[in-house]
Write a protein that binds this ligand. Sequence first.
Ligand code: UTP
Length: 290
Amino acid sequence: MAQRIRKAIFPVGGLGTRFLPATKAMPKEMLPVVDKPLIQYAVEEAQAAGIEEFIFVTGRSKTAIEDHFDHSYELETTLRERGKETQIAAVNSWMPRPGQIAYTRQQVPLGLGHAVWCARNLIGDEPFAVLLADDLILAERSCLKQMVEAQSATGGNMVAVMEVPHEHTNRYGIVDVARDDGRLVDVKGVVEKPDPAAAPSNLSIIGRYILQPEVFDRLERIGRGAGGEIQLTDALAELIRGGKPFHGLRFDGKRFDCGDKVGFLEANIAFALARPDMTEAVRKILDGQS
Ligand code: UTP
C-alpha cells in the first residue's frame, strides 16, 4: 500500500514577467479566473484530493495570498450587518482550518526545483503533492484526486501528462515513454523543453506532481539547468534513474496555461461558460449578439 498523500506544496514564487504590470505588486497566482484567484482553484482541488497541509513557497509580495487565506473580520462583519450570508460563505467557507497552512519564502527565484526544495523541512520524510496554480484544470473530478487514486495503486512518483502539438515540445517538460496503456504511462525519462526534432514524445508534464521525498536530495545536487534555473524536471530525471516507479497520468479534464495571456483568457471563457449563471450571457457575447 502506498503511503497516503497528506501534504501539498504550492510554489508561488515566480516573477510572473509575462503578466507585468498586473504582477508588479501581487503574485500571478492571485489573478482571478471569473471571480476566484488561481491559487484558490488549486487549493480546492487539493482539498478534494484529501490534502490536509498546504505549504506555500512564496516570493515577493506574498501578503495578498496570506490575506486571501485568512479571515477578513471587517469585511465579514459588514456583510453580516447587511444580511449578505451568501457572500460570507464566498469569502470563507473554503478556507483551510487554522494550522493547516504554512508559508516559507524562496528568497531568490532560482526556479521551480529550487522552490520545491525550499519546502523540504516542512514536508519531512513522506510523499507529497506539488500543484502549480497557473496550470488551471477544468474537470468534473479533481485532477489531483485522480492522481492520488492512481498513485495509491502504482506507488512511487507520478506526474499529470497531456499531449501537446509536436512543434511546441520546446515549451514543456516532455516524457520518454516506456509503456502506455492509454491512461497510465510508464515513464523512462524526462527532458525539459526539448527541440521538436529531439523530443522523445509529445506528452508534456503539466503542473501536478506526486513525489517521493528522495527528490530533495536530487534537487540539492543537480545544480542549474535550462535557463540557468534549478529545474524540477532534472531532479525527476534523477529519480527515474534511481529506479522507483514513475508514471504519467492522462487525467480527465482540460488544462489551461494561465501563465500565458492567451491561455488565461481562454480559461476565463471556459470557466464562465461552465457557470450556469453566466453561460447564456457569455455565449451571446461570443456569438456577437450583444
Ligand atoms: P514559470 O516558468 O511560469 O515562471 O513558473 P514565472 O516566473 O512564474 O512566470 P514568467 O515566465 O516570468 O511569466 C512556473 C511555476 O513555478 C513557480 C511559479 O510561481 C509557477 O507556479 N516558480 C517559478 C517559483 O515558485 N519559483 C521560481 O523561482 C520560478
